[in-house]
Design a protein around this ligand. Structure first.
Ligand code: F6R
Ligand code: MG
Ligand code: MG
Length: 378
């Protein structure tokens, strides 16, 4: 049976700043989906990560289906009404357009979708990150699908060892989808060359070379590019199929022990370590650190099992403690150097305005006439 998994997520308002949506808003979104999904969905799961609400859906309508996108959009609209009634902060923040036009892409919410022939048992992982952007998944995807240091399956399994095809998107290009396909392992250095730049080149999807099946998809939208100004970080979602022709769940999770530095956290303008946290976690220190959750599922004939919280294990407490130390460490240097993002990535205009004003006050010193040396008497 062919099924589609779609995740559509948005920040439509939260309590106490950009911390967490209210229970009532989440419930409103869930109720809307429940009451309006007949004939559209096979199953759904609503969750929040930081201030974002994500709707995971299974159906048979393929990717980019207007009916599915409209259902998610309208459920966020319903949630926004409640967020406004409750006076939540940033109510409707990610709904950037007034009228729905067939697809949430380019309208504010982030989405990622994959269509595939369901295996007899179909384990998959649903990742959701807050206070960061889509490039946050670059390193974990590279390590899980292309590096035997994290994915020994690349050595131990002939099927996985055939490698994977990465589709990378240039997210700075706004006139359309500018993408490139690169093969691992032959083109690893090309891949690394692009993926080192998390703000511009983003993993959009990964496919198995053994079976040509879709393995992973990531939301790639940049709110900054859509709105032309700061409207919050992009807070990306991702879906990854596990086991069999794909890396094992533990191989996919392995790179998250690094707590690698990503863009985001306070005012979307700093670098902070990506902390793997439990489902429905909030954010706190310095509007961060950037967080990622992982719900593990099996889907059968389009029906989800209950989610298992992949980061709810004593091992990840140790990782969280180490990541907290990394967060505190980079904060020691405040605005200096790599602690704050480069000029082009700052999400607020304050520095640009100040630079304009200061620029006019710079002076170029006039060159002083060169001193003449008196000849010394012989
Ligand atoms: C980061 C984020 C927050 C806000 C900050 C100020 O992605 O959402 O760090 O940027 O709390 O928020 P505003 O500008 O809404 O007062
Ligand atoms: Mg937000
Ligand atoms: Mg958010």
């Amino acid at each position: 049976m062919k099924i589609t998994l779609s995740v559509i997520k948005a920040d439509i308002g939260s309590i106490g700043g950009h911390i967490r949506p209210s229970d009532k808003v989440k419930q409103t979104v869930a109720n809307y989906i429940r009451d309006n999904s007949k004939g559209l969905l096979l199953d759904s799961y609503i969750s929040s990560t930081g201030d974002d609400i994500a709707i995971l859906m299974s159906h048979q309508r393929g990717v980019d289906d207007p009916g599915i996108h409209e259902l998610a959009w309208k459920s966020f609209m319903a949630g926004t009404e409640v967020a406004k009634d409750q006076g939540l902060y940033g109510a409707g923040q990610d709904l950037l357009k007034d009228a729905f036009s067939g697809n949430v892409r380019g309208m504010g919410p982030a989405s990622c979708e994959m269509e595939f022939e369901e295996r007899p048992n179909e384990p998959f992982l649903f990742f959701a990150a807050d206070k960061t952007d889509p490039g946050a998944y670059n390193l974990p995807m590279y390590l899980a699908f292309a590096d035997p240091m994290h994915c020994p399956g690349l050595l131990l399994s002939a099927k996985i060892g055939k490698g994977f095809i990465f589709t990378i998107m240039d997210v700075n290009y706004t006139k359309g989808d500018r993408v490139i396909e690169l093969k691992a392992p032959e083109q690893l250095y090309d891949l690394a060359c692009l993926l080192r730049d998390n703000e511009r080149f983003v993993v959009e999807s990964v496919r198995s070379r053994a079976s040509d099946e879709i393995a992973a998809v990531v939301s790639t939208s940049r709110l900054h590019n859509i709105a032309g100004k700061y409207t919050g970080k992009d807070d990306p979602v991702a879906l990854v199929r596990a086991q069999g022709n794909f890396p094992a769940t533990g191989e996919i999770l392995s790179p998250y022990r690094i707590g690698h530095y990503v863009a985001g956290t306070m005012r979307g303008s700093h670098n902070g370590p990506l902390m793997p946290v439990k489902l429905n976690s909030t954010v706190s220190f310095f509007d961060g650190p950037p967080v990622v959750t992982c719900a593990a599922f099996c889907v059968h004939k389009g029906k989800f099992t209950e989610p298992v919280d992949a980061f709810d294990h004593p091992f990840w407490d140790w990782v969280r403690n180490r990541t907290a130390e990394k967060a505190a460490e980079i904060r020691q240097q405040g605005f200096s150097g790599p602690a704050m993002l480069p000029y082009s990535e700052l999400e607020y205009g304050g520095v640009a305005e100040k630079m304009k004003e200061l620029d006019e006050r710079f002076i170029v010193r006039e060159a002083k006439p060169a001193k003449t040396h008196k000849k010394q008497a012989a």
